[in-house]
Design a protein around this ligand. Structure first.
Ligand SMILES: CC(C)(COP(=O)(O)OP(=O)(O)OC[C@H]1O[C@@H](n2cnc3c(N)ncnc32)[C@H](O)[C@@H]1OP(=O)(O)O)[C@@H](O)C(=O)NCCC(=O)NCCS
Length: 178
């Protein structure tokens, strides 16, 4: 199997920073989000973001059929990822991990899962926006092979104003088929 930049093998091997025993690894599960998860998802969302999404936004994402996933660790929802796919492109709209569970590799696992999902839906490219001040997220994205391709002016709400977004992209064409 190819280990070229962006390949599936490489994506998996890049999640090597996970500080977990094999047994703990087996307690991590990524599964589709359902409406009954929304209470736990909103709890994580509100803990992790200064400007969290509303319940209505999550409901809309489920209703229109976006790819909505949760990450469970020991049967507790610890993260979520939401992505729109269509027309050969995919767009990650939300990637979020419970603050107490960050830096354990969960964000990398969710992101890798989203990229594999995008590839299985015949997307060639995945895009996402990130605040320039979100250095942890940017390290994660660059570590997995994303590159900055643009800036969206005044994209995010911020205390007393707006903040630009950095637009990142990754080509999925090197991923091996599922
Ligand atoms: C961004 C976020 C999802 C990352 O989740 P996480 O579970 O902490 O992510 P991981 O543990 O997989 O990776 C993050 C860390 O590993 C490092 N890392 C992971 N994979 C890496 C790789 N392949 N190469 C280099 N570094 C890597 C990151 O640099 C980062 O380091 P740090 O935690 O020591 O600063 C999480 O911080 C979060 O939910 N933040 C709040 C919401 C948010 O900002 N979401 C992103 C919106 S664009």
């Amino acid at each position: 199997m190819s280990n070229a930049p962006g390949s599936k093998t490489e994506l998996k091997s890049r999640i090597g920073n996970v500080e977990m025993s094999g047994a703990e690894n087996e307690l991590v599960r990524i599964r589709p989000m359902t409406e009954s998860d929304l209470g736990a998802v909103l709890e994580v969302e509100r803990l992790a973001y200064s400007f969290p999404w509303s319940e209505g936004i999550f409901r809309d994402c489920l209703r229109v059929g976006y790819c909505c996933w949760v990450l469970e660790f020991r049967d507790l929802i610890d993260g979520h990822g939401i992505m729109a796919v269509g027309g050969g492109e995919s767009h990650i709209l939300n990637l979020c991990v419970r603050p107490a569970s960050q830096s354990k590799g969960f964000g990398g696992r969710l992101l890798t899962h989203l990229l594999e999902t995008a590839h299985s839906h015949q997307a060639d490219t995945t895009l996402l926006e990130v605040r320039p001040t979100n250095t942890r997220a940017i390290r994660l994205y660059e570590g997995l092979g994303f590159n900055q391709v643009g800036i969206r002016k005044d994209y995010y709400p911020d205390e007393g104003g707006r903040e630009d977004a950095l637009l990142f992209a990754i080509e999925l064409s090197n991923l091996s088929p599922n």
